[in-house]
Ligand binder design. Structure first.
Ligand SMILES: Nc1ncnc2c1ncn2[C@@H]1O[C@H](COP(=O)(O)OP(=O)(O)OP(=O)(O)O)[C@@H](O)[C@H]1O
Ligand SMILES: [Mg+2]
Length: 291
């Protein structure tokens, strides 16, 4: 064992004792986040934060894409992130999901899970779902099969082949189908859906895993006005049950769904508040809205 790992282990044990001293259970609740495998039910949000970034920086060839970024999100919150091109919005999502490692800073899921100690696949399994801008559904499969396959992703090939939906999973699938408004399209081939429907299907695939936190990067780009309005309704339905971080440039969409809006610029938070508040902020007008 390397000294680094030993230190980490000692630290974990010390924390564990601390937690136990406070009279909390060893198997669940607050101490669970220290174990190797965390399931979505184990995220500790008792401090009122599902996600916490502190002083995070990352450079690409000397260019600081993220510069001392600090931000947190409450459980069940729908947080909108806006900001000019190149502000670091997508890079921030890359860091949260383990795709990019920051040079400095800390990133916590709940108050106990240090995301910088986990790989991308583990982070997804813990309950952080990510939606990229382009829909990535299986075009040759039906809507039903796409949702079904979303349950299998963390299993081996053999397990997937033997996989049959249990009744709880069938119920979940029906519920998700309804949530994303594709009940009537259940047998349609995904490749024949509209752009908006594909986006909803992909969100449905994420929902099959019942994520605690959903990161959505420009979800309404390329959608018709009607699809955008339905997506707003969908997100408002998801709020509360899940925490959402939504990056968008479409201000009327942001107006429909937003509570707190965070403005990113040059890799850091420039302003934060209601949309009216940030829209009235001179610095925000200068770098973004006044374009
Ligand atoms: N892997 C990388 N290698 C080099 N530079 C990168 C990498 N990822 C991002 N960048 C740079 O970091 C900056 C932030 O990019 P990012 O994609 O996070 O911006 P964004 O806020 O998502 O912008 P947009 O609104 O255009 O999507 C940009 O200047 C980008 O060129
Ligand atoms: Mg981006």
């Amino acid at each position: 064992m390397t000294p680094d790992l030993m230190d980490a282990g000692t630290e974990r044990m010390a924390k564990h004792r601390e937690v136990e001293a406070l009279g909390r259970t060893a198997s669940g609740g607050r101490s669970a986040g220290y174990s190797r495998v965390a399931t979505p039910g184990e995220v500790d949000v008792t401090h009122g934060r599902i996600l916490y970034l502190d002083d995070v920086s990352v450079s690409f060839d000397g260019f600081k894409a993220i510069n001392k970024l600090s931000l947190d999100i409450a459980p069940g919150e729908l947080r909108c992130i806006i900001g000019p091109n190149g502000a670091g919005k997508t890079t921030m999502m890359d860091i949260i999901t383990g795709k990019t490692r920051p040079d400095e800073g800390s990133v916590f899921f709940g108050s106990t899970i240090d995301l910088l100690r986990h790989r991308e696949a583990e982070i997804a399994q813990m309950g952080i779902g990510r939606k990229f801008q382009k829909p990535t559904v299986f075009e040759h499969l039906s809507v039903f099969e796409n949702l079904e396959i979303a349950l299998k992703t963390d299993k081996g090939v053999l397990a997937s082949m033997r996989f049959r939906l249990g009744s709880a999973q069938s119920d979940r699938l029906a519920e998700v189908l309804h949530t994303i408004g594709l009940d009537a399209s259940v047998s349609r081939q995904a490749g024949n859906l509209s752009h908006g429907q594909k986006q909803w299907l992909e969100i449905g695939m994420l929902l099959m895993q019942d994520p605690k936190l959903l990161l959505l990067d420009e979800p309404v780009a390329g959608m018709t006005d009607e699809e955008t309005a339905r997506t707003a309704e969908l997100f408002l339905t998801l709020k509360g049950k899940h925490s959402l971080m939504v990056v968008e440039h479409d201000m009327s969409f942001i107006r429909t769904i937003s509570e707190i809006v965070t403005v990113l610029c040059d890799g850091a938070v420039l302003a934060q508040g209601t949309l009216d508040e940030v829209q009235a902020d001179e610095r925000v007008i200068e770098v973004y809205l006044g374009r």
